[in-house]
Design a protein around this ligand. Structure first.
Ligand SMILES: [Zn+2]
Length: 357
């Protein structure tokens, strides 16, 4: 029997709408539709019900920043037959930029816009070459997820793509090279994302990092036993770096969140543990087959806000969770940067779909 439709009250909806459109809203984890070839995308939308959620709906949804992420493990680079893994990531970043009809100059003067921050999920494509990290930084990438769906030179993963945990006796945790890599990310002012990392990798990375780290799309294992979620120990470790847990409204065929009351329950648990200052939102736009009841695509950011209001979060809390906290953490700068306003090498989209002048 289908789950009963999740709906906020009309008052909560109105209130949420105002908050979303009046405050800084950030999606910490999104993908372009071009993450996969068009024919695969079309089939997935039709057969698996993968939501149709183009990047150009972000401005009207009131989302001011989105971290738009290429996939750097074999899952993301394997489609690009004949290309090296690095070239395959480059191609995705270019496709993301084209899809969003982006401009190359950052601007602060264009109202009703979304700024795109480029990220990569799964550092497998970098191999053991740290200089490539500099190339990525030059290209405008400001956030790197260490792990995706395979163990790599940096560390070990929480689950494979089928949701299975890896064998218990295998090597676990952040490698020596993983520590160097993290040092270089810190040095360059690129944000380290530990979503998909296993507990050992996450805890050590939090100890090693000199700057705030994030888990961009996850939730609390203590609220629901789902293997991509993180333990209270990991939540404490991430918060101790000054970092963020990005709440992930994915349903994953009912194994993760069922509806947005669940979403708010995860938020409440994490807020009780470490405080509201360590919460954010990572929707995984274009990256998951199905969402918790009440969320389908970016315009439903309002429902995430309404769910938080319904569960007792006040306006300041909601504004912090929707983007205020993420804005703080995304300000990371290179160690040798002169004191100046942050430059994200952002690209801007306007709500009417045209580029900003
Ligand atoms: Zn992911």
């Amino acid at each position: 029997m289908p789950h009963q439709q999740w709906n906020p009250s009309p008052e909560q909806s109105d209130h949420a709408l105002r908050l979303v459109h009046q405050s800084m809203v950030i999606d910490l984890h999104a993908h372009p539709q071009a993450i996969m070839p068009k024919f695969v995308r079309r089939t997935a939308e039709k057969r698996l019900g993968l939501p149709h959620d183009p990047l150009d709906n972000l401005p009207a949804a009131g989302i001011n920043y989105a971290v738009v992420t290429a996939v750097g493990d074999r899952l993301g680079t394997g489609w690009r037959v004949g290309k090296s893994p690095m070239a395959a990531v480059e191609a995705q970043l270019t496709a993301a930029t084209v899809e969003a009809r982006l401009i190359t100059e950052p601007t602060n003067t264009c109202a009703g816009t979304t700024r795109i921050i480029l990220g990569v999920e799964g550092a497998d494509f970098l191999g053991h070459d740290l200089t490539r990290l500099h190339d990525l930084h030059q290209r405008g990438v400001r956030l790197v997820g260490l792990m995706h769906y395979a163990d790599n030179a940096l560390g070990t993963i929480a689950t494979t793509i089928t949701g299975r945990e890896r064998a218990r006796d295998r090597r676990r945790g952040l490698t020596t090279f993983g520590r160097e890599f993290l040092g270089e990310l810190n040095h360059l002012g690129m944000v380290a994302d530990l979503a998909h990392a296993d507990k050992d990798t996450t805890i050590t990375a939090c100890e090693v990092s000199t700057k705030p780290v994030i888990a961009s799309h996850t939730a609390a294992l203590a609220v629901r036993d789902f293997r991509r979620y993180i333990s209270d120990e990991e939540i404490h470790a991430i918060a101790a770096t000054g970092g963020l847990i990005g709440l992930w409204p994915a349903s994953m065929r009912g194994k993760a969140m069922r509806d947005l009351d669940d979403f708010a329950r995860h938020a409440s648990h994490i807020a009780e543990l470490v405080g509201v200052a360590h919460l954010a939102v990572g929707t995984d736009k274009n990256g998951v087959p199905d969402y918790a009841d009440g969320y389908t695509a970016s315009p439903d950011m309002i429902n995430l806000a309404a769910a938080l209001l319904k569960h007792g979060f006040d306006d300041n809390d909601v504004v912090a969770i929707l983007g205020g906290n993420a804005h703080r953490v995304l300000q990371q700068q290179p160690d040798d940067a002169p004191p100046s306003p942050p430059t994200h090498n952002e690209h801007t989209l306007r709500s009417d779909g045209t580029d900003c002048e």
